[in-house]
Design a protein around this ligand. Structure first.
Ligand code: BES
Ligand code: ZN
Ligand code: ZN
Length: 496
């Protein structure tokens, strides 16, 4: 919707944005900002419901060109997350008004909430930045000569409160990370190959101050990264593992948090070919890796934690050729576990197994979080609202739950159990990559992965097959990729 969104401290804005709670008039501080009184009148019109994101507009004869009053919902049930949705609604209104500058003065209404409400103003400001930044995302790269390109204005955001403005900047930085994730997700598979992902990672690392190494070709075999080598074998677009490293100015000696992302640049299913309409959209099977990529950008530029962070993007294209891996093949992984392939469409867990083995053996991880579009079953179970989360470590799970509460990227815990691990046993090797029953597919996936994580290392698996994209405009998202996970992972890392 916008070419860019930035905070500014110079000049003045043409549009004023104020906030109101449900059933309330404008607060006195907000009133003072609009001499004309038109905003205060608008806030009392019948359609000024005060519901989160509800908007009324006024057009004063002097001063601002336009005053927008946005609802923040019920005062008693207020959460910073409401600000994200309200800011997104404001962003949509500003875009349709072709506005180029805005005075964001919603903090006055929020500051009036009683102390007992324990509202975190910084979190509200960040959410405001996220809402405006997320709504600005667009992807025009592939519009050709048959489409007239839209002129997108640059939006300058003014805010008279320096602390609130700093929070908006944080939120804009997190939104930028999520938008990087969305752009990667949207890029089609004839462009976004594993090698292309690696070259994007190198470019991003240079800009953000991260270290980037890429393991490919014979090195994959030398390092026994058999999952990527096998899944990616049939494609001309060769597999690789991208390793990104953030190293802090202080706290270098701490053990790193390791983020592992499934990065299947296209999932045709392989010889267990996807049928009917189920292949369409599988360019987004790289979205776990794209989320990790975006999170690393936020970590390097916004979060800057006092702890190292390592990202492993396990990249391959799951294609078909006479060289493709097959059901019945048996693979021996780095950690000695043998896997009988029963379904080449359960490829994500094979590449993730490489990343998890590597993380445990090579990175001395304080914790590992993997993120993946792993199973259609998680969409059946949880729809597009919650991602599935498996994490038996109380401390890590608390961090993830707290981060999800803040970023509004929801997670719902699902179980590990010895009986699910037993379901994965093979009659010829240690385990199969897909059990011959339709039961509990997402949990089978988590159980499979558990064979590649050393005991005692805190680990979480997050299945984002439902949450990584949306078919309809929703909150701060438009139809397409949501960038789910980039903000969540950044918020988790901030808690270490
Ligand atoms: N990439 C898919 C999972 C997926 C499905 C992602 C829908 C996004 C939307 C994954 O590789 C896959 O095909 N999983 C199989 C697993 C089965 C063979 C055990 C599935 O979900 O059917
Ligand atoms: Zn698959
Ligand atoms: Zn897949």
């Amino acid at each position: 919707m916008f070419d860019s969104v930035k905070t500014v401290t110079r000049g003045s804005a043409r549009v004023l944005v104020l906030a109101q709670f449900k059933g309330e008039k404008l607060d006195p501080d907000s009133r003072k900002l609009d001499d004309s009184g038109h905003g205060a009148c608008a806030a009392e019109r019948a359609e000024a419901s005060g519901e989160t994101g509800a908007i009324v507009e006024a057009f004063p004869d002097e001063g601002y060109d336009r005053v927008i009053v946005v609802g923040l919902g019920d005062k008693d049930a207020f959460r910073p997350g409401a600000v994200r949705n309200a800011a997104a609604a404001v962003g949509r209104a500003l875009a349709s008004a072709k506005a180029e500058s805005v005075e964001l003065a919603i903090h006055h209404a929020i500051s009036r909430l009683p102390k007992s409400a324990k509202v975190d103003l910084h979190a509200c400001a960040s959410a405001a930045g996220e809402g405006l930044g997320l709504i600005a995302w667009n992807y025009d790269e592939l519009r050709g000569s048959a489409t007239s390109k839209k002129d997108r204005p640059k939006l300058s955001v003014h805010c008279d409160d320096a602390k609130f403005r700093a929070g908006i900047d944080r939120g804009l930085g997190l939104a930028e990370a999520a938008n990087i994730t969305r752009t990667l997700s949207q890029t089609p598979p004839n462009i976004a190959t594993p090698a292309w992902m690696a070259s994007e990672a190198r470019k991003m690392a240079r800009r953000a101050g991260l270290k980037c190494t890429v393991i490919q070709g014979k090195q994959l075999e030398d390092q026994k990264l058999v999952g990527m080598a096998t899944v990616g074998r049939a494609s001309e677009n060769k597999p690789c593992m991208i390793r990104l490293e953030y190293s802090p100015a202080r706290g270098k000696s701490k053990d790193p948090v390791v983020l592992v992302g499934k990065t299947i640049t296209y999932d045709s299913g392989g010889l267990s070919l996807k049928v009917g309409g189920s292949m369409r959209g599988m360019k987004r099977d790289k979205d776990g890796g794209c989320a990790v990529f975006g999170a690393m950008h936020a970590i390097a530029t916004v979060i800057k934690p006092n702890r190292p962070v390592v990202a492993l993007l396990v990249c391959a294209e799951n294609a078909v050729s006479d060289n493709a891996y097959r059901p019945d093949d048996v693979l021996t992984f780095r950690n000695g576990v043998t896997v009988e392939v029963t379904n080449t469409d359960a490829e994500g867990r094979l590449v993730l197994a490489d990343g998890l083995c590597w993380a445990c053996e090579k990175e001395r991880p304080a914790a590992i979080i993997d993120m993946a579009t792993l199973t259609g079953g998680v969409v059946v179970a949880l729809g597009k609202v919650y991602a599935g989360m498996w994490c038996d470590d109380d401390d890590l799970r608390t961090k993830i739950d707290q981060a999800a509460e803040v970023s509004d990227e929801l997670v719902w815990r699902l179980p590990h159990h010895a009986e699910y691990r037993a379901m994965m046993k093979s009659s010829v090797a240690d385990i199969v990559n897909s059990a011959p029953v339709r039961e509990a597919h997402p949990i089978q996936g988590a159980a499979f992965l558990s064979y590649f994580v050393e005991e005692g290392i805190p680990w979480a698996h997050i299945d984002i097959a439902g949450t990584h994209a949306t078919e309809k405009d929703k909150g701060p998202y438009i139809a397409g990729p949501t960038g789910y996970g980039a903000r969540l992972l950044a918020e988790v890392v901030e808690r270490f």
